[in-house]
Design a protein around this ligand. Structure first.
Ligand code: SF4
Ligand code: FE
Length: 481
């Protein structure tokens, strides 16, 4: 694949791939021509398009520490605290441009987690995963491809580890080792952006024990490799998307990233694309690193998306003539407080980032987990306030077709009119945007994307240093052991 530079290159590169993908029971020939996928492609394409604009060069490009070349920041390994902070700023900027998930951060976080962890595996085992990975990384940076980070396995019976499942394929595993590579079988769920990415970086889904060696796997697989099959998920209101109706609220960029189940039906992976194979003791730290890097993001992207929601709620109030009411201004202020709290968390965990043994920088894990945990709550409250401000039309607004209908348009124009000079179309658009941005898909994504709230609580128990805090309390009280 030649280097992808422009949005057009990106779309062309997707067209050239012969991926196997199904949507609602049918194989999709070309995702770039199908309305279920186009908004997500447009959103991810912004990571290419905006990187070419001089005003965003500092945030959306970087200098490769491997080659000295200018690269897209979404393929960069963080070399400083400044890089970590720029990551969060870049995400807020892209969220402002799309109002949606632009998907490319998952693969970026997978690249950084692999970089740090392969270095440490080699240090302990004398393996050459890191050197292999550096070659792969150079090729990712040169081609400027989009990766999806493949973490979540189906997991079967949650009370059993991978090797104790009745069906051993419920966790992604190596089924055969050959002289030239491995054969992989299994699946990954909730794969944001897989439908319009070039490759998947497969990672372990959780900490594993000695018996789970076949499941301790990190490798890179092109999404059109033989044996890779995707089944694209349904989303709230996706019929509106497929109808290309403005009823979807954000037809250009979608509501969240599109998610697929990615199946590996005995996929061959050459050794130069394998970056962990059996080192179970590194699975826990791998998952922790990927999760921390992704949780770092959420005050950036969800903060940025919520800025649009605040703007839409304020517009809804303005169009209704209530913007100056003190209770509306108070609700907008409350929404602002919640959004900036999320952003502050992302900036704080970045500012407190530290250098790992590999040289790559890593955000503070406790603060990154706090950021994501706040997102699981604040986004619901921000949405509740937007509902409160926008009013009942959120649930009852007639469709775009009625607004265009010869017979009933005149009634809607008359009865949807509010403040002088506000068109019914503008009111319709704002209400539809709020309705769709606060629907179940974006909320569930805020709850479970980058890990469900309980996974952050587990990290608090591990990183919260209760022993140190008990010592502080005892010292203050003069209690001796
Ligand atoms: Fe990026 Fe946010 Fe989407 Fe995750 S949810 S891929 S961090 S935009
Ligand atoms: Fe996400």
């Amino acid at each position: 694949m030649e280097r992808i530079v422009t949005k057009e290159d990106y779309v062309r590169s997707l067209k050239e791939m012969d991926r196997v993908i199904y949507y609602r029971g049918e194989r999709v020939k070309d995702v770039t021509e199908h309305p279920a996928f186009i908004p997500h492609i447009n959103s991810a394409a912004k990571t290419y398009e905006l990187a070419l604009r001089p005003e965003y060069e500092d945030l959306l490009t970087a200098t490769s520490h491997l080659t000295g070349e200018k690269i897209n920041r979404f393929t960069h390994i963080h070399q400083s605290v400044d890089d970590l902070v720029k990551k969060v700023k870049a995400l807020r900027l892209l969220a402002h441009e799309t109002g949606s998930c632009f998907q490319r951060c998952v693969g970026w976080d997978a690249l950084n987690a692999t970089y740090m962890t392969t270095y440490e595996i080699d240090e302990k085992h004398g393996t050459d995963y890191h050197a292999r990975f550096l070659e792969y990384l150079k090729s990712v940076q040169r081609r400027n491809i989009m990766l999806v980070g493949g973490m979540t396995d189906p997991k079967g019976d949650r009370s059993r580890p991978p090797s104790q499942q009745k069906d051993p394929d419920l966790f992604t595993r190596v089924v055969e080792k050959r002289s030239d590579g491995i054969v992989v079988r299994g699946a990954k769920f909730h794969q944001t952006g897989a439908a319009n990415s070039h490759e998947i970086l497969v990672m372990p889904t959780m900490a594993m024990g000695e018996d789970d060696k076949d499941y301790a796997l990190v490798c890179a697989i092109p999404l059109d490799a033989p044996g890779v099959i995707q089944i694209f998920g349904r989303q709230t209101n996706d019929e509106r998307k497929v109808e290309c109706s403005a009823d979807i609220g954000n037809l250009e960029y979608g509501l969240i990233g599109g998610e697929s189940v990615v199946i590996f039906d005995d996929v061959f992976v050459p050794w130069e694309r394998v970056f962990m194979c059996g080192e179970t003791e590194f699975t826990g730290i791998f998952v922790e690193r990927f999760a921390t890097l992704h949780r770092q993001n959420y005050g950036g992207c969800k903060g940025g998306v919520s800025d649009i929601l605040i703007g839409a709620a304020a517009l809804a109030a303005q169009y209704q003539g209530t913007l100056k009411a003190s209770h509306i201004r108070d609700k907008l202020a409350e929404m602002t407080h919640l959004v900036e709290t999320l952003y502050a968390g992302s900036i704080a965990c970045s500012a407190m980032g530290q250098k790992t043994k590999s040289g790559a920088y890593y955000p503070d894990p406790l603060l990154a987990n706090c950021t994501k945990y706040n997102v699981t709550k604040h986004i619901y409250e921000i949405s509740r306030l937007a509902h409160d401000i926008a009013g009942g039309l959120l649930a009852t607004m007639p469709s775009e077709r009625d607004l265009k209908s010869e017979e009933v348009r005149k009634y809607l124009e008359k009865y949807l009119s509010t403040v002088e000079g506000v068109s019914p179309e503008a009111r319709f658009k704002v209400v539809r945007l709020i309705e769709n941005m606060t629907g179940v898909a974006p909320l569930a994504e805020s709850m479970h994307g980058a890990g469900s709230p309980q996974t952050q609580k587990v990290m608090y128990a591990r990183l919260g240093r209760f022993d140190v805090k008990m010592t502080l309390a005892k010292k203050l009280l003069g209690i001796e052991d």
